[in-house]
Design a protein around this ligand. Structure first.
Ligand code: GLN
Length: 534
């Protein structure tokens, strides 16, 4: 069996350059050549995982099948490559330290003084190799969060340096930098890139490949200059221009030969250039879609990254319906009974977003009420579904004080209640009902028609649940519980059959929509929103 090759993706100059997209694109391109690939993200912060982070700090929290709360880049990895990531694909400094400290307490280090080098760096190295060892991947791509020069990332850089030394040709570094355009001077500047590479070299890492992010096309002489100053082969300097969509990045990188550069560097045969047929067909379909459908996103975080997977899922669904999806954020904190009609005007459908805590929930209830009574397609996800349930209790079942235990501990009508196994949990981190669980759909229901099967698996991230004491009452009044967990009987899906599309899921379908396999719920929801427009 061929040895596993390791690709380390680092970044310099500034953050937000799209290391995740580049990592995912490399994964996609190598996969297209028949290699078995996985991608992992190492984040240099001390939190054990991003589960407890505010979305303003870190955007959405992505959840893997096996219930790890991770960085949103894992979402890109899955959407691009269709691979399923797990706990082992996401690591933080916090987890590394915790593992080392636990070993120290067990006495595993036999009386040694525990230090960053070698103990922390060894633990990082062990984790880099873990996946490759377990499943014999041809390529393990490791993206390092943050930018070179951060104090936090120093142990990771040292680990990469050592691995490159130990593994020789089997480990390469791809460094992503930024080439700014100075309008006043009318020039593109390579100095920040030179400095960033120097910084890498100063910790003993010579990049093998450079990817220069730029808003302007880079002339050959600029790439030549960078190559010369940074000791990188000219045919290993690539540019990553702003493109109409992130999904064009793999094709653009393939056209420039990023994948062949990788193969050359690790000493593998180049072979034939894969056609990327289905991928290109997706892009073409996407570019051909001219008509737009408006989807209102009712949530509390006015931040692109906060609902990343939902946005991407909607956009996949648009493409498969030959429409462009125009996503309009509607801040639920600003919604009132008086302005809801105006806020929702022009939307062909709305998504009521997931979330935690009090802030903005009444706005979500008002939105759910408005769209239910005006028959506007509505998709409630997790907290969104819970708000649909609460709205129904207040306005149809007549329980004005209906609420979730999360928001009102004393409500006599706790239609959303804390899950039994969550009652005695005091730690906030990693203790929710997380990851994939089975759900059985009711035959003849709308969701059954959409999924076209009875048994589905979807990912979760919640502490509260639909209170089954009320199930009969809901169903008698028209809100049906059409998806259940076969073991706990937990309600996973509610719908109102008479309406165009009024479905709430306790789970998060957005984590499973990929470019080549869009999620059926999103596809059907967008389809209905389009019909609603017409
Ligand atoms: N706060 C709710 C719960 O914990 C919903 C969580 C979510 O939307 N992910 O059940």
């Amino acid at each position: 069996m061929a040895e596993t090759k390791y690709i380390f993706v680092t970044g310099g100059v500034v953050s937000s350059l799209g290391k995740g997209i580049i990592s995912a694109s490399i994964g996609k391109l190598l996969q297209a050549r028949g290699y078995n690939v996985t991608i992992q993200k190492f984040d240099p912060y001390i939190n054990i995982d991003p589960g407890t982070l505010n979305p303003y700090e870190h955007g959405e929290c992505y959840v893997t099948v096996d219930g790890m709360e991770t960085d949103l880049d894992l979402g890109h990895y899955e959407r691009f490559t269709g691979i399923q990531t797990t706990k082992a694909n996401s690591l933080t400094t916090g987890r590394i330290y915790k593992a080392v400290i636990d070993k120290e307490r067990r006495g595993d280090y036999l009386g040694k003084t525990i230090q960053v080098v070698p103990h922390i760096t060894d633990e990082i190295k062990r984790n880099v190799k873990l996946l490759g060892k377990k499943f014999h991947y041809d390529f393990v791509i490791t993206e390092i969060g943050g930018t070179i020069g951060d104090i936090e990332s120093a142990p990771f850089m040292e680990a990469i340096r050592q691995l490159k030394w130990e593994l020789g040709k089997n480990a390469i570094n791809i460094h992503l930098t930024y080439v700014p355009y100075l309008k006043a001077a009318g020039e593109l500047k390579t100095k920040p890139t030179q400095h960033s590479v120097k910084e890498l070299q100063s910790v003993g890492i010579q990049p093998d490949i450079l990817v220069l992010r730029t808003e302007m096309p880079l002339e050959e002489n600029i790439r030549k200059k960078v190559a010369a100053f940074c000791n990188v082969d000219f045919d290993c300097v690539f540019q990553s221009e702003d493109l109409p969509s992130i999904y064009e990045v793999p094709v653009n990188m393939q056209d420039q030969g990023l994948d062949t550069a990788v193969l050359k560097k690790v000493g593998l045969e180049i072979g034939e250039k894969p056609a990327l047929g289905p991928w290109k067909a997706f892009i073409e379909r996407r570019n051909n879609a001219k008509d737009t459908v408006n989807i209102g996103l009712v949530g509390k975080y006015d931040l692109q990254d906060a609902y990343k997977s939902i946005r991407e899922s909607l956009s996949h669904a648009g493409t498969y319906n030959d429409y462009k999806v125009n996503i309009n954020f509607i801040n639920s904190e600003e919604i009132t009974e008086d302005n809801i009609a105006e806020k929702i005007q022009g939307q062909n459908g709305i998504v009521i977003c997931p979330g935690f805590g009090q802030r903005g929930i009444e706005g979500k209830v008002i939105a759910a009420h408005y769209t239910r009574t005006h028959d506007i397609p509505t998709f409630g996800i997790c907290l969104g579904m819970q708000m649909m349930v609460i709205e129904f209790a207040r306005n149809v079942l007549g329980y004005k004080d209906a609420n979730s235990r999360e928001m009102d501990e004393k409500t006599p009508h706790n239609v959303i209640d804390i899950m039994e196994e969550q009652k005695n949990i005091s730690n906030m981190g990693g203790t929710m009902r997380l990851g994939a669980y089975e759900c059985v759909l009711t035959q003849n229901s709308r969701v059954f028609d959409i999924y076209k099967k009875e048994h589905i698996q979807e990912r979760h991230r919640h502490r509260y649940e639909f209170n089954n004491d009320y199930q009969k009452e809901y169903e008698k009044n028209g809100m049906m519980c059409v998806g259940h967990n076969p073991e706990s009987d937990l309600v996973e899906v509610v719908e109102i059959p008479g309406l165009k599309w009024y479905i709430g899921t306790q789970y998060h379908p957005e984590y499973q929509s990929t470019v080549l396999h869009p999620h059926p719920l999103f596809v059907d929801f967008v389809k209905t929103a389009i019909a609603n427009k017409k």
